[in-house]
Design a protein around this ligand. Sequence first.
Ligand SMILES: *[C@@H]1O[C@H](CO)[C@@H](O)[C@H](O)[C@H]1NC(C)=O
Ligand SMILES: *[C@@H]1O[C@H](CO)[C@@H](O)[C@H](O)[C@H]1NC(C)=O
Length: 444
Amino acid sequence: MSLSLRFLSAKLFLCLCLTLFQHHVTFSASNPTGLTLRAVLDDSPNSPLYLIENMTIAERIERFIQVTNAKDNYLNLNARVGPDNSNSLSRVVMARDGLFYSVWLLIGSQGQEVKLLMDTGGGLTWTQCQPCLNCFPQNLPIYDSRASTTYSTLSCDHPLCQVEGSLYTCVDDLCIFVHNYHGGLYTTGVASLETFYFPMDPSTALTFNNLVFGCSRDSRNVVFQDTELSGIFGMNMMPDSLMSQLSSFTNFRFSYCLVPFPDLIPHTLVLRFGDDIPLLPPERVKTTMFVHAPYLYNYYVNLVTISFLNDRLGFPPSQFQLREDGLGGCFVDSGYLLTAIEDNYVGGVNAYDVLMDLFTAYYESNNLRRTTDPSGLDMCFERPNDFNNFANLTFHFDGEADYFVPPQHLHIFQQDHFCVAITRGRYATVLGAWQQQINVCFMM
Ligand SMILES: *[C@@H]1O[C@H](CO)[C@@H](O)[C@H](O)[C@H]1NC(C)=O
Ligand SMILES: *[C@@H]1O[C@H](CO)[C@@H](O)[C@H](O)[C@H]1NC(C)=O
């Protein structure tokens, strides 16, 4: 695979694009290489996941931190496995109660409706398929490959099925995939080809023939069972992800915007590909290059250093670099809720500790008292009514791409106290969704 070459020119744009939600650019013939998908945020009142409304903020955050920690554990496993068995583990899905980001599409000659969890860290896209051996309950009819004339199984000769030690094996001339996600989610089935239709508006759909996907016949420990979701929409850079398969169309570009988390008003999220990503005036866009990492398919970027308030911290250049063993580095992940700063000593410096010491010194100098929070976040302080001098932070990415995190996205505010919304990154630094909220769209 020549993945490394293709990605050398990939870029990450951080842009301030406040108005993107209002302007949904639909696909048209004059824009033949773009694709806009409507990603649905499943916390609408119609969603079984709407329970979040009744959770206190503390409860919600507690859940999120559990998810973040689960993902962190996963990173550990992922970083340690080499090329031989990297396939046997995939990542934890975005299991945020009431905040599953999903993508809606139609597949097969009958146009069967499918809703999949959008996972920027996922590879193979899969959905449950009839006839099932062991399917989990889903609220949309299960896709039935027998009803579709455009369905076919992936040949064992196909390059994806040939990759040694991959998640595919050839059994009785069928290319079988087995996906084990950390956290227990397991799914297996037949690697297949099918026509996918992405609805653009009520009368138009973009059609792609022969996309490789997983026809799952047996799934266990699925966190989103009893919802409309029936599988996962993989958007990372693995050769079998939809991002890679649609690369001639999308040029490996996609963008997404996250809605602010505490805002429970249902939004339509838009996931855009290729030329459908609106061009923005250069002064509103900041660009940094992706870092390519063999066998790691996340969106790594080069974090140079961090500023606390107005002070640029003197981290050594290697502090946030990806290391030979696959640990370290910094990536952007919508499936990771809170930003994590790596908590290992790199050249004698622990970035997490350095940063937390600064927060402590700052708030203590403002006479605030440390307190605890059920979420388990480390750095919480009592909040006097008249206190408003909250800290801010800037991530400095390579190429002068400065990413300012204002106080409201750097902290989680409770009734009488607040916490710094940063967790320990046991194996890497991750820019999570809490710090990617409103006003920011990510364009890959
Ligand atoms: C939220 O709580 C109220 C009052 O307890 C209840 O009537 C309502 O059904 C709950 N909503 C959900 C989605 O559980
Ligand atoms: C960050 O906080 C410092 C100290 O309060 C302030 O001087 C600075 O203007 C803030 N930065 C921005 C970009 O608002």
